[in-house]
Design a binder for this molecule. Structure first.
Ligand SMILES: Cc1cc2nc3c(=O)[nH]c(=O)nc-3n(C[C@H](O)[C@H](O)[C@H](O)COP(=O)(O)O)c2cc1C
Ligand code: SF4
Ligand code: SF4
Length: 260
């Protein structure tokens, strides 16, 4: 049993990169990937329990809220969270805090991964790929250091009714988006997209991916396809992908990653 557990959701790898960096600062950490089937919800033996996740549509990605509700944490465990975003933090931290009661929280911006909406370089504050990497490293040192000494935040994460409304509307708005997936002739049938999908929403039929109706918009499939064969509408055909350079598809699809 590891001393620390970090629960992580990540679509294009930015949050997993952050979780790995925090784990390296803390040592002896299990990073549990929050995929659709809960892998490890008993965290009662952990001294520190962390959450690293992105802002999606002003709130938490897909099933993350339900997943966090299922996690069992010891009453005296230290709880911390980091949210990654492209322009604004939304209400995800507030939701996690209202479920587990956070001792410490922080945020950091990274490239935008919803490339059907905007190019990935549109980030606030702006940055480059190298800058984003240094920003993650610096924030991980800060958060890992704080978690190590069990520092407490002075304030609660912000509650914002507008973002709560946005996140409620996002799931249904995204359903239409998910119908716009297409796969072009560059596809080599490698199955990476199938392994990456946290909703088991993709199956290979005659060597080509076919998408179901359970998509939560994480874009792992589109960002990590080695042939850039997946698109969401016409607009992504011209947009550059930006999977996190520190995270491999195998790591993203893993259930638990242990860092000594
Ligand atoms: C479906 C989707 C919705 C998003 N919504 C927001 C948002 O509401 N606000 C924001 O600032 N960033 C938003 N983003 C950007 C991500 O929060 C940001 O790029 C984050 O670094 C992604 O982390 P990941 O690679 O670990 O998934 C969204 C990204 C996706 C894929
Ligand atoms: S990851 Fe890309 S190349 Fe591989 S099966 Fe999926 S669409 Fe085809
Ligand atoms: S289909 Fe693609 S975007 Fe949708 S949940 Fe699966 S991996 Fe994420």
């Amino acid at each position: 049993m590891s001393e620390n557990i970090i629960y992580c959701f990540s679509g294009s790898g930015h949050c997993l990169s952050m979780a790995k960096s925090i784990a390296r600062v803390l040592g002896d950490t299990d990073i549990v990937m929050m995929r659709s089937r809960p892998e490890k919800t008993d965290a009662t033996e952990a001294k520190r329990v962390g959450f690293v996740f992105p802002c999606y549509g002003g709130g938490l990605p897909g099933f993350v809220e339900d997943y966090v509700r299922d996690i069992k944490i010891a009453p005296d465990a230290y709880k911390f969270a980091v949210e990654q975003y492209a322009g604004y933090i939304g209400c995800g931290l507030h939701k996690i805090d209202s479920i587990v009661g956070l001792d410490y929280w922080d945020t950091v911006s990274n490239h935008s991964t919803c490339i059907w909406l905007m190019p990935h370089v549109l980030t606030f504050p702006p940055t480059t790929a190298k800058g984003a990497r240094s920003r993650i490293e610096a924030k991980a040192m800060e958060v890992g250091g704080a978690a190590h000494i069990m520092k407490r935040s002075e304030k609660k994460p912000p509650k914002n009714t507008l973002f709560e409304l946005e996140s409620k509307g996002f799931a249904s708005a995204h359903e239409k988006n998910a119908l716009r997936f297409s796969v072009n002739d560059s596809c080599v049938g490698c199955g990476t997209c199938v392994k990456l999908c946290p909703r088991q929403n993709i199956v290979l039929t005659d060597g080509k991916p076919v998408f179901g109706t359970e998509c939560i918009g994480c874009l792992s499939c589109l960002q990590y396809c080695p042939k850039e064969a997946i698109n969401m509408g016409k607009v992504t055909e011209k947009r550059k992908r930006f999977p996190n350079p520190d995270v491999t598809p195998a790591e993203l699809a893993a259930k638990i990653i242990h860092i000594d």
